[in-house]
Design a protein around this ligand. Sequence first.
Ligand SMILES: [Zn+2]
Length: 551
Amino acid sequence: MDPKTKIRPAATLALTRDTNEGLEVLLLQRTWDAVFLPGFYVFPGGAVDAADQDCLPWLEGHDDQSASAMLGLDSGGAGYLIAAIRECFEEAGILLALDAGGHLIGANHPNIHRERDAVSCGDVPLADLCRRHRLKLPLDRLAYLSHWITPPGAPRRFDTRFFVAAAPSGQVPEHDGVETIEHVWLSPDQALADHREGRRLFGSPTLRTLRILAEFRTTSALLAHTHAQPPEPFPSEPWPAQDRTGSRQMLEPGAPAYDEVRKLDPNASGSARASIRTGEPVAIAPGVVRLTAPNAGMMTGPGTNTYLLGTDSFTVIDPGPADEGHLERILEYTGGRIEQILVTHTHRDHSPAAGPLQARTGARLLGIAGPDEPSQDGSFRPDQTLQDGSKVETDAGRLRALHTPGHASNHLCYLLEDEQLLFSGDHIMQGSTVVINPPDGDMKAYLESLDRLLQEDIRHIAPGHGFLMGHAHAVIDYLSTHRLAREHKVVEALKAQGPSRLADLTPHVYDDVPSAIHGIASRSLLAHLNKLVQDGRARAEGDHWQLVSGA
Ligand SMILES: [Zn+2]
């Protein structure tokens, strides 16, 4: 898709209220017919409208200049806050406004709320409503929580500012029944649990916001914190890099190499490369170098990344396939001073070089032996079997092993604690979808392993394939939401078709991918079905799958 897709300014508003059990937030469910995020739960929000600027005479607490300063803009900042208020009125029926006496509108007002539909369809501009009813929009009641720009490649891209405000007590939300089909007050913890269990779908930015809200018990604590600590500016400026031929190019935020190039070249000198070249050492952190094996392909992207940690004596993570040239490059870079070799898992593109490298250097092998399966490298026999939480000292700092089954039952990620750098193997890949192939691949375990990473302090992810990734938690949220949205399609297909064979379900569940890859897709489908069985939501009879009634 065109990377130059116009980025539209947008705003969303998380309305919170206090209950005896803590804070709750208003969420709306988008219609299943929506082009963008169908069926997802979102905060009220939408694109900034040119007419929003007409509300400037009816503001309280901020003018455009102070609102722009808060958002880090030269001008136009008030438009985001006005759009947040307008969209909240249109989509949720709640109008955050002061009456002529300067009081918040505290109940659904017959004369004002009656005009909601007219505001929604654009017949009545919000500025007109303010003028006729002598309303003011209290912009200072909105606290600026976070900032998100849709990565390139999406059909629609938004530059979205997330705000939070106390819901005006007395007003009752009403979804519009067209764009939004349900509204619900949920505690952030409940919403996050619903996400984990696949009961409700949320996009990454919504999850990120929910996670911030979950830190607070009351609206006043949340607002005090948010007003005091405006979010870090979201990286929005293009960054210079070298393309394949060495010419200078500008990378847009969200481009595959963008996070890597920004980390490796913080001064924007244009020295970092926006491509991965086989056998070329790339320093990605102090004492950490990436060397990519010459096994590029459909399943391996630009090739398997081998990581070399150290300066005098070395630790190797994922030596890769037993390719003589790749082995030579590893020996050349390390001078053969390799103390230990760690593997994330034993698929044939990750571990087969371990044995030959051990034979030439005397290094110890660490990891977990794989199950007896054709897709596994049976030659890998560790000198030390690692477990979840095992610590491994290296010349570049301490690594902690994290057992992350899902892609493979013996999969380990390694966290370089001081750098907050996660070597993610095939648990998280950049640029391609992780294969979950039963029986060793396990979708339920995979999602739980993703979820568990959210408890760790991770700044960057160094994957087994592809570039470094930043925004680790957003990446993880995206991956789990993507899987849960697919799971929803599986459930819908089973509902529509009744008991079905795998081959009959695949074209329905994967109607958005080319039929040429339906073979691989059917393995993922099997993994989803296995998860639904583990969750008690489906069962298998012979080669037919069906939903468990009431689940
Ligand atoms: Zn693998």
